[in-house]
Design a protein around this ligand. Sequence first.
Ligand SMILES: [Zn+2]
Length: 203
Amino acid sequence: MERTTDLIDVAKLLKKEGLVSDGVNKGSISLRLNKTEIAVSPSKLSYEELNENNINIMNIDGSAISQPSPISRDTYFHLKIYQERSDVNAIIHTHSKYALALALANKEIPFVIYGMKQHCGGKVDIAPFYFPNTPECNEAIIRYLGNRNAVLLRNHGLVCVGKTLKDCYETAVFVESLAESYVHALQLGAVEDIEKWKEVNYG
Ligand SMILES: [Zn+2]
């Protein structure tokens, strides 16, 4: 079972690997500690400053269990995902460069390489824009994420989920790397969904 210290380690790794930028506008990360308790990164603190004493612990219903730091507005869509997806134990939200480029251009990532099946559970859809922390925004994230592991948020960024923090981190890295290749590929020409090859190759 992963703990709050693992969340802090992964947050720092996201920073080190360049998936989040400097300062406080860094996205957010959370971990299900047990059936009802969620550890979530706070607002107004950079990932370098995170320690066991400043991580907020929330009840899945939205009440605070231990709130040493300001609550990030992202907290509520994290909680909504945990409420709707019992298989999800970790969530990473980033504004990583290439994922954000696709989000700004309103482009989903179709099922274009086979590895997407393992990491993303299929294509990476894009949710329409709603102002953050509104019921409409949280509902759209749930709807466009579906039962998959990653969703782009139009004009905003990326949300990845996983059974474990490790899985979730790997998906966040995978999607950003894929987004980079996909952005370049789109400049070279059309990129085809690989679903069609199933019919071509296997009849
Ligand atoms: Zn954000």
